[in-house]
Design a protein around this ligand. Structure first.
Ligand code: NAD
Length: 254
């Protein structure tokens, strides 16, 4: 199994891409710490993994609070003895046009989607360095860290920052043997896209993907599993686009 004996933390692990990744990691031999603000779904998932013979625990964590993220990393090491993989995945969507986006909206989404990723990188890297672990940090970016779209001002800002933080982190942490990589999903079938649906962006996303349909969370989990495994050792400082061609230039003119 590609993640045998790896200890992996997944923020936003209770639902969507995080949930699919927790199941994928566990079925590939990892011990999983599910971190989320949703205690009900997070605890239920840990139990589900346990009943299937895997190892998982839930830790309530708000990634926008650095103390929470530090406590999460400490809890992981107390529980499983180390930390090999940190998947900074938690995210929210605020769907409002630029002129309607309030300052509060902007800060809310940046606090979770940008600062939450930075806090996860920092807390995990400090612990990995302290323990001498040559681990991997994976950040969930988005196609919207690369291309412009309508209606998600703070989200665009945050995802752009996740892209550059990933490159920066890879350079800074390479001397300690820590890899930092990102995944850049296109439109994935999870609750977060409800806001996009209401904003009329879902059909647009589908139309930009080469299969003309939404991606399933399990398909993103497969990519993250590879990045987390030793098979992905050459992947560093890059964002792997898992977007069904969303960011590929294409023309309908034939
Ligand atoms: P989702 O809503 O299904 O899952 C997000 C999870 O994050 C939920 O379990 C939620 O409770 C948790 N969460 C929210 N705020 C949190 C906080 N402050 N602290 C801890 N946990 C928190 O959505 P998803 O699509 O699975 O999103 C996961 C990541 O994937 C996000 O970073 C999102 O931006 C990114 N992404 C999603 C898509 C898509 O189309 N679904 C596309 C590109 C990138």
């Amino acid at each position: 199994m590609i993640l045998d004996n790896k200890v992996a933390v997944i923020t936003g692990g209770a639902d969507g891409i995080g949930r699919a990744t927790a199941l994928h990691f566990s079925s590939n031999g990892a011990k999983v710490v599910i971190a989320d603000v949703n205690e009900e779904k997070g605890s239920a998932l840990a139990e589900e993994i346990g009943s299937a013979g895997g190892e998982a625990v839930f830790k309530r964590t708000d990634v926008s609070q650095f103390e929470d993220v530090e406590a999460l990393v400490d809890y992981t090491v107390d529980t499983y003895g180390t930390i090999d993989v940190m998947f900074n995945n938690a995210g929210i969507g605020v769907n409002k046009n630029f002129l309607e986006h309030s300052i509060e909206d902007y800060h809310k989404v940046v606090d979770v989607n940008q600062h939450g990723v930075y806090y996860g990188m920092l807390a995990a890297a400090r612990k990995m360095k302290e323990l001498g672990v040559e681990g991997v940090i994976i950040n969930n970016a988005s196609v919207f860290g690369f291309v412009g779209t309508l209606g998600v001002t703070g989200y665009q800002a945050a995802k752009g920052a996740v892209v550059t933080l990933t490159k920066h982190g890879a350079l800074e942490l390479a001397p300690y043997g820590i890899r930092v990589v990102g995944v850049g999903p296109g439109g994935v079938n999870t609750d977060i896209v409800e806001g996009y649906r209401k904003a009329g962006l879902l059909e647009y996303m589908e139309s930009q993907q080469l299969r003309r349909k939404m991606i399933e969370p399990e398909e993103i989990a497969n990519v993250v599993g590879f990045l987390a495994s030793d098979a992905g050792n050459v992947m560093n400082g890059t964002i792997v686009m898992a977007d069904d061609g969303f960011t590929t230039f294409k023309s309908d003119i034939r």
